[in-house]
Design a protein. Structure first.
Length: 156
């Protein structure tokens, strides 16, 4: 699924969201707090949790029951969900987990409290280069850890 197709589906899901709670009869409900913690620290804002729980049922229709079960099994076996998602995205596997994290990131961008986590207008050039170098180092460590987790969980 390309980025543009995913965004169209997310925006369509956001438009269709109502104030009605998510339906409890779904077989697979991702843990919004764990997905949020893969991106940010702290407790998930209630507004963001509600939006995620209403948008996910619309997007989960793209996946089979087996894909949902495999994602649930793999996510339940690891502590570092961020590393597993990064390795799966790198290897184009377990795309349901990558889409959950993408959905959470897109929804988090809509909250004004998260603006400073995405953009820092006061940062200088040197600070930006240091952040870029730290991000590259951290990403390589997360990828290595994620590949080991993916192998341990037998993710196809």
């Amino acid at each position: 699924m390309t980025y543009q197709v995913f965004m169209v589906r997310v925006l369509g899901a956001l438009r269709k969201m109502s104030t009605a709670p998510a339906t409890p009869e779904r077989a697979f409900v991702p843990d919004a707090q764990r997905i949020y913690n893969a991106l940010f620290a702290g407790a998930i804002p209630p507004l963001l949790r509600g939006r995620f729980e209403r948008a996910w049922p619309i997007l989960e229709r793209n996946y089979t029951v087996e894909e949902r079960a495999e994602c649930s099994r793999a996510a339940g076996r690891v502590n570092d969900l961020e590393a597993l998602e990064f390795a799966c995205r790198f290897g184009k596997r377990l795309r349901i987990l990558s889409d959950q994290v993408l959905l959470m990131a897109f929804l988090a961008e809509t909250l004004p409290d998260h603006c400073a986590r995405y953009v820092d207008p006061d940062a200088g050039r040197l600070r930006g280069l240091a952040a870029l170098a730290f991000g590259a180092l951290r990403s390589s460590m997360k990828l290595t850890k994620g590949l080991c987790l993916r192998w341990r969980c037998h993710v196809r």
